[in-house]
Design a protein around this ligand. Structure first.
Ligand code: NAD
Length: 257
């Protein structure tokens, strides 16, 4: 049987791009994300790309019980999970003194704690199978900060630390754990923060794109979803067996300066 890959937050943006790349490579795919009217089309789109089965779970990544049920559902169906891409993430942009407490809690739960919960639940299965890949989609904000993104930056720095810890704990079990740190990628998540950033900084939306987002990236280009998907695919290969515990930047040179 093909390897089984779970990608959280994969009904849109980066997660969907990764799911498509892994489906093309023949892996069985478990999609996850919020249930929207588009989900059926997304499932079909991914199914049509490869020979493997495609499952969907609408488990809420802020809810540990739903995460546990999702893992049991996959275990019952395939009896294995070989690859996990912890990708689900949300953003809220506001000065810290105005930052809604509920948004802080939700960002920490989805962007950081879900990675802990999924890892603790899948590692025993990976150990039993003698192989595993955990790939955490962090961010340039796992390595550096920007103003008005306190919860996001805290959560992503947490993901970088958790990645190192997991890698050390499973190093002898043929399981790797790495973080990918993208710069700005034009997805619904980024489109949704342009207006809020303009408000927080008191500038126009055009200036947010040109000066804040692309201003950070020396290439002056958004990172492409396909580039992140390709790096994820490589990390799943046996050739990447010695890459573990690291944060891989894919950010047009952002954190180099
Ligand atoms: P997106 O908004 O396009 O997609 C987010 C996905 O997460 C969707 O499938 C959505 O349904 C799902 N999701 C949201 N809340 C959820 C929840 N509670 N439970 C389960 N699923 C949920 O976002 P994106 O830009 O593709 O971001 C994906 C990841 O990449 C995030 O972790 C984000 O922080 C990270 N990232 C994005 C960028 C960027 O510029 N877009 C840069 C660096 C890192």
């Amino acid at each position: 049987m093909s390897k089984v890959a779970l990608i959280t937050g994969s009904t849109s943006g980066i997660g969907l791009g990764i799911a498509k790349r892994l489906a093309k490579a023949g892996y069985f795919i478990v999609l996850n994300g919020l249930k929207t009217p588009q989900v059926e089309n997304v499932i079909k789109e991914v199914k049509d790309l490869g020979p493997g089965e495609v499952l969907f779970s609408d488990a809420d990544m802020s809810n540990p019980e739903q995460i546990e049920n999702m893992i049991h559902m996959i275990e019952n169906r395939f009896a294995r999970i070989d690859i996990v891409v912890n990708n689900a993430g949300i953003q809220h942009v506001a000065p810290i003194e105005d930052f809604p407490v509920a948004s802080w809690d939700k960002i920490i739960a989805i962007n950081l704690s879900s990675t802990f919960h999924i890892s603790r639940l899948v590692i025993p299965m990976m150990k039993k199978n003698g192989w595993g890949r955990i790939i955490n989609i962090a961010s340039a904000h796992a390595l550096i900060a920007s103003p008005f993104k306190s919860a996001y930056v805290a959560a992503k720095h947490g993901v970088a630390g958790l990645t190192k810890t997991i890698a050390l704990e499973v190093a002898e079990a043929n399981i790797t754990c790495n973080a990918i740190c993208p710069g700005y990628v034009l997805t619904p998540l980024v489109e949704g923060q342009i207006a809020a950033t303009a408000k927080a900084r008191g500038i126009s939306t055009e200036a947010v794109i040109k000066d804040v987002m692309l201003g950070e990236q020396p290439t002056k280009e958004f990172v492409k979803i396909e580039e992140i998907a390709e790096l994820t695919y490589f990390l799943c290969a046996d050739a990447a067996a010695s890459i573990t515990g690291t944060s891989l930047s894919i950010d047009g040179g952002w954190v180099a300066h």
